[in-house]
Design a protein around this ligand. Structure first.
Ligand SMILES: *Cc1c(COP(=O)(O)O)cnc(C)c1O
Length: 378
């Protein structure tokens, strides 16, 4: 048997393990919430008895328009590759926002947008800034490109914009801001954010991650899409995973000037969003009645949870999103006992919040069931 050895390797050991970069070696993977199937198996429970309030998913499911579009897409030619440009979704979103389609990048969830931004704008050794207690992906995405992550201490569990500005270094290339923030539900007002953007050096890309923006009330809303006209370094990221209820289909997007989106689109995997996902997202954009219903249910659900927490004498952070961070003390034990009762919530010790649990807002009966279980356990 002849073995083909490149001349460079002659005389060198060829039995070594593949070597990964040091920053890949250091990576710890994202810990997602436990799935219903896993909990059913681990605790010997029936899947339909399990309540999942762990991943900020929409308890109403998806819009009926999206469901119809999924059915139709499944009947179509799925042997063909999806539209690599997601043209119909882009023109639909462009119409909705009154922008040009070139300002859009469609991602496999907005998680992919975060990743693309880091890969496009950051070199190994540069720094990326984000806040303590902000979305866990920011650190992972930063580490995956070999960037130095600068984690700015939170203020009242939210972003400290002054400290973030002070934390900017000469090699800073990217700042991640989540608003509302996950996992704390804290919120920065439009004027605060706008003032911040004015003060960020224009060579640093700001990713404003608005995964929960649909849950804001009319008074809380601000027009970040209009800001992208003014700030050539601003990328606004949004998703169909939360209020639109399409988490399982993986669609998100960003809006920014073509001078930014051109790069994102260049490095984006060409067929990153499936035909079915594109169809569902396109149909969802127009269903503002569904989003209004989702937001109303969420508001009522939060009130219900707040009341329950107050009755139990528990501390919680008032939230602008579809989840609430709750102070329970021994979160590991309480989480375990909730799981035994078939209720999945989200431990947040990976954020350094080991006394807290994050509870996604569910349907009224799910919230009630959770509160009942919590009362028993305490
Ligand atoms: C859920 C979430 C996302 C994105 O999720 P995708 O499913 O990848 O779109 C992004 N940012 C924050 C803060 C989130 O909570």
């Amino acid at each position: 048997m002849s073995v083909c050895v490149h001349p460079d390797y002659l005389g060198h050991a060829v039995s070594e393990q593949p070597r990964v970069p040091e920053y890949v070696e250091r990576l710890k993977s994202y810990i997602p919430g436990k799935s219903i199937a896993t909990v059913a198996q681990e605790f010997g429970l029936a899947e339909d008895k399990i309540i999942k309030l762990a991943s900020n998913e929409n308890p109403l499911g998806m819009s009926p328009l999206a469901r119809a579009a999924v059915r139709e897409a499944v009947e179509s030619d799925l042997n063909l590759y999806p539209d690599p440009d997601a043209a119909l979704l882009k023109t639909t979103l462009a119409d909705y926002y009154g922008i040009s389609p070139e300002w859009l990048t469609i991602g496999n969830g907005s998680s992919e947008i975060l990743e693309l931004a880091a890969r496009a704008f950051v070199e190994r050794g540069d720094s990326i800034i984000f806040s303590e207690y902000s979305f866990a992906s920011y650190k992972l995405v930063s580490q995956a490109v070999g960037a130095r992550d600068i984690c700015i201490p939170a203020k009242d569990f939210g972003h400290d914009l002054e400290a973030i500005l002070d934390g900017i270094k000469i090699d800073t290339k990217l700042i991640f801001i989540a608003n509302p923030n996950n996992p704390t539900g804290t919120f920065l007002s439009g004027p605060e954010l706008y003032d911040f953007l004015l003060r960020v050096p224009s060579n640093i890309v700001v990713v404003l991650d608005e995964a929960y923006t649909e849950y804001l009330s009319a008074e809380e809303r601000y027009d970040s899409i209009a800001w992208t006209q003014e700030f050539p370094n601003l990328l606004v990221a949004r998703t169909f995973s939360k209020a639109y209820g399409l988490a399982g289909l993986r669609v998100g997007y960003s809006i920014g000037q073509p001078s930014l989106t051109n790069y994102l689109n260049r490095i984006r995997p060409v067929f990153n969003v499936s035909t079915v996902s594109q169809a569902a997202a396109t149909a969802s954009v127009k269903d503002s009645a569904f989003i209004a219903e989702v937001a109303t249910l969420n508001r009522l659900g939060k009130t219900q949870l707040y009341k329950g927490f107050q009755n139990l004498g528990l501390l919680y952070l008032p939230s602008r999103a579809n989840f609430v961070l709750l102070h329970v003390g021994d979160a590991a034990r309480i989480n375990r006992e909730l799981l035994q009762r078939g209720i999945i919530v989200r431990p947040v010790q990976n954020y350094g919040l080991s006394d807290w649990l994050r509870i996604s807002v569910g349907l009224e009966e799910q919230n009630a069931c959770f509160l009942g279980a919590l009362k028993e356990i305490l």
